[in-house]
Design a protein around this ligand. Structure first.
Ligand SMILES: [Zn+2]
Ligand SMILES: [Zn+2]
Length: 273
């Protein structure tokens, strides 16, 4: 048994030729969980050799557009590939998102396809379960728990902890400003995937005050490193980057506070806990 983590998208909301928008695939002994679903997620699943139809659980950490704009594409791609059930977990508003996409925006398309005799299961029967702080779901292979983190999404934002039956663990920060409770939540994690959106070299040209605003809802690589060190994480993987950044400088900045080398995430990198 092991937990496999694959970074599907390591970018943020801004278009980036190198990076898809946020998404992480977590596999626990073959059981697949997709965390977030930004633009490019389905493409990256295919790039990773993963059949979208084989992913039956989608967890949205929050409803910022870069974390959920790919939901309809992922739902349809999996359904076309033969998936007949999909569980969706997310914060307040996830049920409305699913309803709006699958019954209103794309409802007529779905009805036209269903009229040809295709089964509806896996397309129009997707209901969202609301995440609450604490246990999210429990399977024979792992448990998933959530911690609410401070961010500026329309509703709650959750970090997630996956733990298998051998106590191996993976924590995903989602988008968050500096959050010490997250270090407790990530205590002893084998892998901590932490955002690090506020890199030092790219925000100076923005409008005045923009970097300060960003700092109030995201973290710098140095802050991500501090959380990783406080958590005692064995491995720190940084993600959620703007298009213009110096990978080496980010690695250097975060490793100083983490106390050891960090990994600057790239799309399709995969790690085993
Ligand atoms: Zn984001
Ligand atoms: Zn966000």
């Amino acid at each position: 048994m092991a937990i496999q983590v694959t970074l599907l998208g390591t970018g943020g909301p801004r278009p980036d030729p190198r990076r898809a928008q946020p998404a992480v695939l977590v596999e626990v002994d073959g059981e697949r969980y997709l965390v977030d679903c930004g633009d490019g997620t389905t493409r990256r699943l295919l790039d990773a050799g993963i059949d979208p139809g084989s992913v039956r659980t989608l967890i949205l950490t929050h409803l910022h557009i870069d974390h959920c704009i790919g939901v309809a594409g992922f739902v349809y791609a999996g359904w076309f590939a033969g998936r007949d059930s999909l569980r969706l977990f997310g914060p307040t508003g996830s049920e409305e998102l699913a309803q709006d996409l699958l019954h209103r925006a794309y409802g007529p398309d779905a009805q036209a396809r269903l009229a040809t005799g295709r089964p509806a299961a896996g397309l129009t029967d997707i209901a969202a379960a609301m995440i609450q702080p604490g246990p999210v779901l429990e399977s024979s292979r792992c448990s998933i728990t959530a911690l609410r983190v401070p961010h500026n999404a329309p509703t709650e934002t959750y970090a997630l902890r996956f733990e298998d039956r051998s106590s191996r663990s993976v924590v995903i920060s989602s988008d968050t400003t500096y959050c010490e409770p997250l270090a407790d939540f990530a205590r002893g994690a084998d892998i901590l995937v932490h955002e690090a959106y506020v890199t030092s070299d790219n925000w100076g040209k923005e409008r005045p005050g923009f970097r300060d605003m960003l700092r109030s809802v995201h973290v710098t690589p140095a802050e991500a490193g501090s959380i990783g060190r406080m958590a005692g994480a064995r491995r720190l993987v940084l993600t959620h980057f703007p298009p213009i950044m110096d990978d080496a400088a980010v690695a250097e900045e975060a490793s100083r506070t983490f106390g050891q080398a960090v990994t600057v995430g790239q799309d399709l990198m995969s790690f085993e806990a």
